[in-house]
Design a protein around this ligand. Structure first.
Ligand SMILES: [Mg+2]
Length: 198
């Protein structure tokens, strides 16, 4: 059994942290529940300069280490690993956030999961060869039985895998998104995921 899991807002409460950060940095009060867009610049109505500052700040190692775990994520993922399932955390975070992201996983009891950075959103200037970076070509050679993802912008990465059950983790910015196929379904928490993928 191969399982794809996204990082931010699947296993960590990243958007809630960003909502606090935007308030501290720019005095803008956009609560998590009002984050209607996956794009943070849109959700927080930031100009280019503010957005750039936010992204730099949000990827500082101490900030990345500070995100709360989504309740139950580590417990359910470890139960899958105990059963011998292959779990791949595939994040769209920039390549240079690998180390703190790895540390976060280790500190949350997820030492055994594999972590890859993949340029899901075309944010990298160039592709850097590293065992931790997953190239799109290599991703497309992989097969997954299950996936956990929150971003409607990443749905396209499962187009070639109509058999993969894609579990869309319920978040304000994906509530109006159209699911591309019957293999997509909405999930609300890790406890249910543990039952869906026993
Ligand atoms: Mg995400």
């Amino acid at each position: 059994m191969n399982i794809y899991i996204d990082f931010d807002d699947c296993i960590s409460e990243t958007a809630k942290y960003f909502s606090k950060l935007v308030y501290e940095m720019f005095g803008k009060d956009v609560p998590y529940e009002k984050m209607d867009f996956f794009n943070l610049q849109q959700s927080f109505k930031l100009n280019d300069d503010e957005y750039e500052k936010l992204i730099i700040k949000g990827h500082e190692p101490e900030i990345l280490l500070d995100y709360e775990e989504t309740p139950g994520a580590s417990k359910t993922i470890n139960s899958w690993i105990d059963k011998g399932y292959n779990v791949f955390i595939i994040t769209g975070r920039p390549y240079n956030s690998y180390e703190p992201s790895r540390q976060w996983l280790d500190e949350h009891g997820l030492e055994r999961v594999k972590l890859y950075c993949m340029d899901k959103y075309g944010r990298e200037d160039k592709i850097i060869d590293s065992e931790h970076n997953l190239k799109l070509d290599d991703f497309y050679k992989m097969k997954f039985d299950f996936a956990v993802e929150d971003s409607p912008e990443a749905f396209k990465y499962f187009k070639h895998l109509p058999e993969t059950k894609v579990n869309v983790f319920d978040r304000p910015w994906n509530r109006t998104a159209e699911f591309p196929g019957d293999n997509f379904r909405r999930v609300f928490d890790w406890e249910s995921l543990g039952k869906i993928i026993p």
